[in-house]
Design a protein around this ligand. Structure first.
Ligand code: FAD
Ligand code: NAG
Ligand code: NAG
Ligand code: NAG
Ligand code: NAG
Length: 505
């Protein structure tokens, strides 16, 4: 019944996915994972010390999952050179905080939902409205979208829904303790060859294949992808599907700021957060055992410590990170690929509504502005945003009042450009992010395992880059580290998992 309904409703019928969600949550609750620390196949002694490099959502969640699996006796050190939260951060305007990095979370992101429950936080839901106008600015509205693009719109939804439904198998597999040694194997277990291919072909190609028109792709898909990834419809199909799901789903954020999930997880885990920059990881072995030495620099100078397991939870690629790998044979290879710069300007001011075709500011009806590919445009999207703490008294500002806007662009905005978008403003706060991979810049997916017990969590970003992808990767790395430590090969890279998890239940 739910499925039949879904096919007729123009807007994402969450019903089928909700059924999935119910199953996945049930599995997570009834989960069959072993008690932390309980020995599996091989009876290896638990590791003594584990290092995590980076305290973003990836690093803080892997610390949590590692402790969940190995038990509380394992000593966890988390190195952070800057702020806990990483690309989850807020800026303060008028005593209120606003998200300047990763902002919204999809309602089907189950790991993030679990964290909110586990940590006793609350979620704020945002009803995003898209309105489409035939101008240089895409102001997307649900109804108009449907009106203009009918079938393409429906086909897009079905495609996204199918990808999401398959993607959500990961929660079941992980609840049963299964892990993967390569991203390709993880993707294959979820959606076969087609899923692996989706990291290599473009979203445009995939959508044309399911019957979405070129016009819809150029007009609508391009605008949404530019707003979320700052990239074109040549973005790989998998990353594209994830961000299109975000454009049409029910989105939420963590009350008080998404970064609170990171600090709260680290507190819960009682990890030692070490404020230091990691410079190098070197390999040592004695008596047939392998150790990793983490070399760091902090305010007092240089230091180092030894670990049994190390997880790199930050980007490793040639224009961003300076962590070197010493004494590895074969050497840990260089990671090709660039990251895309996204500049976030949080502006408190009065919108210049006449620039958007509304001489009377009272009549400006939109909370989001997406853009077309016009070369003269200097920004890629802007949103009227709410603070991370919404009290009962909060009301969105009238369009003619001063409001807080988040403007995304490829480079910092010049003063004249700000003067075009805003009649006047009180403040501008600029953050320049190495936001996501520049997907055109690397041909293959990086590895998850760099050496026996040395893991690279952020390789997942080359599949898709979001908070939930980081947490999915964190859960996979924690399970993989645990399964490999105990030589539990039954739980690694298994084929036909859909069948296996059914019979295991
Ligand atoms: C502008 C913007 C908007 C976004 N919007 C969304 C969104 O709406 N929804 C969504 O899901 N995702 C969004 N994202 C993506 C999301 O924020 C990221 O995918 C996610 O936060 C990445 O987390 P991470 O832990 O993998 O990496 P990071 O957050 O980058 O964490 C890595 C950490 O490692 C530290 N570090 C690096 N090198 C070293 C070193 N040598 N020694 C010690 N510490 C080190 C860094 O300081 C950093 O804190 C957005 C990102 C940006 C930039
Ligand atoms: C994946 O891509 C390969 C090579 O491009 C192709 O031969 C194969 O048919 C594709 N598989 C699927 C399921 O799309
Ligand atoms: C915002 O919310 C967080 C968590 O709910 C709380 O710790 C913080 O004090 C609040 N800040 C303000 C300015 O209300
Ligand atoms: C990496 O090292 C180079 C050269 O020492 C330096 O210019 C750059 O700022 C460093 N990058 C980071 C992210 O620390
Ligand atoms: C606002 O936009 C209009 C129309 O593009 C432009 O002429 C004007 O200079 C802009 N700035 C202000 C402050 O009105």
């Amino acid at each position: 019944m739910a499925a039949a309904e879904a096919a007729h409703r123009p807007w994402p019928a969450a019903s089928r996915l909700l059924a999935w969600l119910a199953v996945a949550v049930a599995v997570a609750v009834a989960g069959t994972w072993r008690a932390p620390g309980a020995a599996a196949a091989g009876d290896a002694a638990p590791p003594g010390k584990i290092a995590v490099i980076g305290a973003g959502i990836g690093g803080s969640s892997v610390a949590h999952f590692l402790q969940q699996h190995f038990g509380p006796q394992v000593e966890l050190d988390v190195y952070e050179k800057d702020h806990v939260g990483g690309r989850l951060a807020t800026v303060t305007v008028n005593k209120q905080q606003y998200e300047s990095g990763g902002a919204s979370i999809h309602s089907l992101n189950l790991h993030m939902q679990d964290f909110v429950k586990l940590l006793g936080k609350s979620a704020i839901f945002s009803g995003e409205q898209f309105v489409l106008e035939e101008t240089d600015w895409y102001l997307l509205n649900l109804f108009r979208l449907w009106w203009h693009y009918g079938m393409s719109f429906l086909r897009l939804q079905m495609w996204v829904e199918e990808v999401m439904e398959k993607f959500m198998r990961i929660y079941k597999y992980q609840a049963h303790g299964y892990a993967f040694t390569q991203l390709e194997k993880l993707l294959h277990s979820l959606g076969g060859d087609a899923f692996v291919n989706m990291t290599q072909r473009s979203v445009a190609e995939s959508l044309l294949e399911v019957g979405v028109t070129q016009r819809f792709i150029d007009d609508v898909i391009a605008a949404i992808l530019r707003a979320s990834y700052g990239q074109s419809v040549l973005l790989p199909a998998f990353a594209g599907a994830m961000s299109l799901a975000g454009a049409q789903g029910n989105m939420w954020a963590v009350e008080g700021g998404n970064k609170l999930i990171c600090s709260s997880l680290l507190k819960l885990t009682k990890a030692n957060v070490i404020q230091a920059t990691v410079k190098a990881v070197s390999l040592h072995s004695s008596e047939g055992k392998t150790f990793y030495q983490v070399h760091y620099e902090d305010e007092e100078g240089q230091g180092s410590s030894f670990y049994d397991i190390v997880v790199i939870a930050t980007q490793l690629h040639n224009n961003k990170n300076n962590i070197t790998f010493q004494s590895f044979d074969p050497p840990v290879s260089d990671f090709p690929g660039l990251f895309h710069t996204t500049v976030t300007s949080i502006v408190h001011g009065y919108l210049n509504s006449s620039y958007f075709g509304f001489p009377d500011p009272k009549l400006f009806p939109y909370a989001s502005v997406l853009t077309t590919d016009a070369p003269s445009l200097f920004f890629s999207s802007m949103d009227n945003i709410c603070p991370v703490n919404i009290s009962g008294a909060f009301r969105r500002k009238q369009p003619q009042d001063a409001a807080v806007w988040r403007v995304h662009s490829h480079r910092p905005l010049e003063k004249q450009e700000l003067k075009v978008l805003f009649r006047s403003y009180y403040s501008v706060q600029v953050t320049e992010w190495q936001a996501y991979p520049d997907y055109g810049s690397a041909k293959s997916l990086p590895p998850i395992i760099l050496h026996d017990n040395l893991y690279y969590l952020n390789s997942v970003e080359w599949v898709a880059s979001s908070m939930e992808m980081a947490v999915v990767a964190a859960k996979n790395v924690a399970l993989l580290a645990y399964n490999l430590w105990h030589r539990d090969v039954e739980k690694i890279d298994q084929k036909d998992l859909m069948h296996k998890v059914k019979t295991e239940l």
